[in-house]
Write a protein that binds this ligand. Sequence first.
Ligand code: FE2
Length: 411
Amino acid sequence: MLYKNARIENAEETRDIRVRNGCFEEIAPELSPREGEETEDLGGRLVLPPFVEPHIHLDATLTAGDPVWNMSGTLFEGIECWAKRKDKLNAEDVKDRVRRAVRLYAGNGVQYIRTHVDVTDPSLTALKAILEVREELRTLADIQVVAFPQEGILSFPNGKELMEEAVRLGVDAVGAIPHFEFTREYGVESLNFACELAAKNGLLMDVHCDETDDDQSRGLETLATRALELGLKDKVTASHTCAMHSYSNAYVLKLMRLLKMSGINFVANPLVNTHLEGRADTYPKRRGVTRVKELTEAGINVAFGNDDLFDPWYPMGCGSMRDTVYLGLHAVQMMGYGEIMNSYRFVTENAAKVLHLGETYGIREGNPASFVVMDAGNYHEALSNNAPVVLSVRKGKAIARTKPAVREIAE
Ligand code: FE2
């Protein structure tokens, strides 16, 4: 298969892409079709590596309004709504929603997903269902699973045992939620426990870390220290780190040294954090998004995630990575032209680093032929015009196509 006229990652010049046996065989200008080779003209459209969703909760996805809508939009009413929905949770319900969510993602060019799954459930219903259903969804996406202790590790009955059981069942990453534990001490102990569990089992880590406006929430320094001392380094991701938005600049100055040494990754979730944080503020209201610009400038890896997709905590979403990038750039004031052009990296290569996808991710000869085509000439245009992903190719196979809308305006 020969794809003609691809504008790969905002390149000035177009290239042709030859795909054979599911891999990129040749990427060069002006390739001629071989005898009998099928061709498709991409017309100079933007070609990117597949999108990566680095932070979502698939166990709760697609439940907004069922059985009740969150009328205040707050985190706490979200928890009340979820408590009412949780009664209906069973394996088939979870699998059905995950299938639908992954199809939404596929239509928007997302081929890799990291989902957090609540393991503060003695029966681990959702976890078992997601571990099962991910196998049948491999043609559309790779799904990484994080054992996420929604109600804490030390603050929930048998929290440690449930985490250990989740590891036995086959999760890819260990989570924690230090700011939610009953005490600061429990928060520290939960991080020590989670880091050791990950190190012992050779797993990745992704912690819901300081998802609060409380500037005294200091889980991040403990997580980064343990990541450094245990040699986990870039296997570790700190998700949210909203409190960093509110830390004093003097403390951040000191913290940055540790963060750089630790090598950990960050995931910001601008849609959900701007919506749920700052709720205890009157005015001025904080945005609650971590210091993406400063972290990026310090050479620290930052990705953007959606966090929620049409659930009690976030009532919108269509499985696209576009909105989190679009809002994220506004919220963290990274609207310079170069910043906008490069911002696709928050949901491609930076997110791929979070998931440890390795060298086989990316548009390079020899790699699996996975890429997306957007109806735009570059990413600035794609973001500004909300351009659709017109084609998603995964390991050489077209798995999703979208026809751009045609608009007619009267003279
Ligand atoms: Fe989350």
